[in-house]
Design a binder for this molecule. Structure first.
Ligand code: ADP
Ligand code: MG
Length: 324
């Protein structure tokens, strides 16, 4: 997954040493990588991406689960979140072996021909998928980390560990408490240099994921190009949202995918979306222009009701002072 993980837990009655727990976690994450990483040439997803036929392809249970969840968020977000965006991600140089540079408009149009979740079919009964055209390339980078967090959490519960904090590259899940206290989880200040904490939340039985435009981007002609691609335009998103954090009570996979969906939608459409589906989200965005250092915060109504101490005073209305 190209990142690191951290786990904290309260030891259970079971007699596993931390080393044994770590060994099981490492093995699980290696298995998930071998299924879902486009950075591993012979992973299950890479073999599917190389397969140009329109045959039905059997998927491993975990991969099917993730692709199915990706479809749900695709439909809910009306195509903002779309794991078939791979050809565009690769074209803009944010894939496994790209150089980050401006592509030609004709190349973008060409790549768009193979983008759109409706171009793949899922067969739930037999856990298979089928590409309806060649060139389709699935990129699970925006959902697999969250899934990994959920799976590690389930592994820990299987070891009778019921109080934990699992963090894979900033996607987090907490369960129970740490010596009777809620888990303290930080949300970073969105900028590309410092790694300071903007907000600390006290969580239990909650998953959290953040997407941002402030770390993974390239600059060309004085303009920033983000790794989040709007599948509709074929271009990196251009709006003033710099960071968005989503909290969900159960699934970190869902939080991860929603955070990316919101990063595509931008602050205004994003707030409308989370209001409609009742999701807890925290937006940090610029006002005058994208490079502005004047950052404004907003919280969805659901987030305010969950954590009034941290968010009660924050605005929910993102309509003034921004472009989109
Ligand atoms: P991070 O990787 O920093 O956690 P995200 O979860 O938002 O951030 O995932 C961003 C990655 O998702 C991009 O690098 C790209 O591989 C992929 N991606 C880009 N645009 C989309 C999109 N519209 N839908 C789904 N995945 C996307
Ligand atoms: Mg994501």
């Amino acid at each position: 997954m190209g990142t690191t993980y951290a786990i904290k837990y309260t030891p259970s009655r079971s007699d596993h040493t931390p080393e044994q727990v770590q060994q099981q976690v490492d093995q699980l994450l290696q298995e998930i990588n071998q299924e879902m990483s486009t950075y591993i040439q012979d992973s299950e997803i890479s073999l599917i991406n190389q397969n140009q036929s329109d045959d039905w392809i059997d998927l491993s249970p975990r991969l099917f689960k993730v692709v199915k969840a990706a479809k749900t968020v695709y439909l809910l977000s009306e195509g903002a979140f779309d794991v078939t965006v791979g050809p565009l991600v690769n074209l803009w140089g944010f894939g496994p072996d790209g150089t980050q540079a401006l592509p030609e408009e004709a190349q973008i149009e060409q790549a768009k021909q193979s983008v759109g979740f409706e171009k793949i079919l899922l067969d739930e009964e037999s856990q298979r998928m089928k590409k309806t055209r060649s060139g389709i390339y699935l990129d699970l980078s925006a959902i697999a980390k969250g899934f990994g967090v959920d799976e590690v959490g389930d592994l820990l519960v299987g070891l009778e560990i019921n109080s934990y904090m699992v963090d894979i590259g900033g996607e987090v899940k907490t369960k129970g408490t740490k010596k009777g206290q809620l888990w303290k989880i930080g949300i970073e200040t969105p900028d590309d240099r410092s790694r300071t904490i903007k907000k600390i939340l006290r969580l239990s039985d909650m998953a959290m994921a953040t997407s941002g435009s402030y770390r993974n981007f390239f600059e060309s002609g004085g303009k920033r190009f983000s790794h989040t691609i709007d599948p509709k335009t074929g271009h990196p998103v251009e709006h003033q949202l710099v960071s968005v954090t989503v909290l969900t009570p159960t699934s970190c996979m869902e939080a991860d995918a929603f955070a990316t969906a919101l990063m595509v939608l931008g602050p205004r459409a994003g707030m409308t979306f989370v209001n409609k589906i009742g999701v807890a989200a925290y937006f940090i965005y610029g006002t005058e222009n994208r490079e502005s250092t004047d950052l404004v915060e907003a919280a969805s109504p659901r987030l305010k009701s969950l954590y009034p101490d941290s968010f009660a005073k924050m605005r929910t209305d993102i309509s003034s002072g921004i472009l989109n």
